[in-house]
Write a protein of this length. Sequence first.
Lengths: 135, 190
Amino acid sequence: MTSDRKITANRNNAKKSTGPRTTAGRDAARRNARSHGLAVAIGGDPVFHEDIEALAKLLAESAGMKSVSEFARSAAEASIDLLRIRKFRTRLLQSHQGPDTAAPDRLTELNGKLAKLERYERRAYSRRNRALRGL
Amino acid sequence: MKKALAPSLYVDPPPALQRVFGDPPLIGGERPEVYVEFFRFIAYDAAPTDTIGWLLVKDAVDLSWEIQRERRIKASIIESKRSLAFRQYEFSLIRARCERELRYHESPDENEVNGEQEPQPVPMSEDNPAFLTAAYNDGSFDIDAIDRRIAFYEMRRNAVLREMERHSESLSRRTRDALEVLDGEFSEAE
């Protein structure tokens, strides 16, 4: 059982901590819980903005549209998401390559991670197919 | 892939789309030129005419590539477990022999008096099916996980072909035919 004295000391010490103060520190802390970022909507990520716009334009042109529709953008986002998931999967496989690849614990860990990816992939396919049918 | 390929202009996606696709999703040991040839083989037969067609062909190619990769990983796990089972068996033979010799050196008279002749196990060769069985038993969890992933990719690939069918029936038929040729070639190679 923790003593009252210890609890008080802990509380006082915690008050002295204000967490990360610099912009870089806060930026890093913001990503603490982020493991792969695949749950984040790709549309809001500036890294993919250019590719999404380029693909949306190509899809709109392919469908004979003069401007980029919401369906074209949505299909582009989902397609880029699929490419991102595939690349993430290859990175996972790559990181597990090595002399002890067949070690049971490493394979179990890899299998678990790959199984989680399927959920994101299934959703991206559904989004993309819905959008393509709307084009 | 014995078929002669058409000039790359006809089987590569348009440059703007290639930029979006980026580098092929490969892991160590997979050669980019083999992926490109694989892509061109499918694209040549499928002959997509628009962006949607190219996107769907890219999906079919990537999923087929992943299916083949998973099959390779599965084969390598089975081989590694089989080899491990054989090494463990060899080790058990060596240990048994050492124990016998140790017993003999500790009390040679006793062995001579009793005339004990311990049964000598008949050594099994490395290609004995028992080691393959042991490999499947030992790796069953991982093999199941790989089989599930292959089933998932095959299901997705079928969904892509159905989506192609909505877009263009002929595109879907041509892609399906090309994939069947490649799947057949891979099965033969296995």
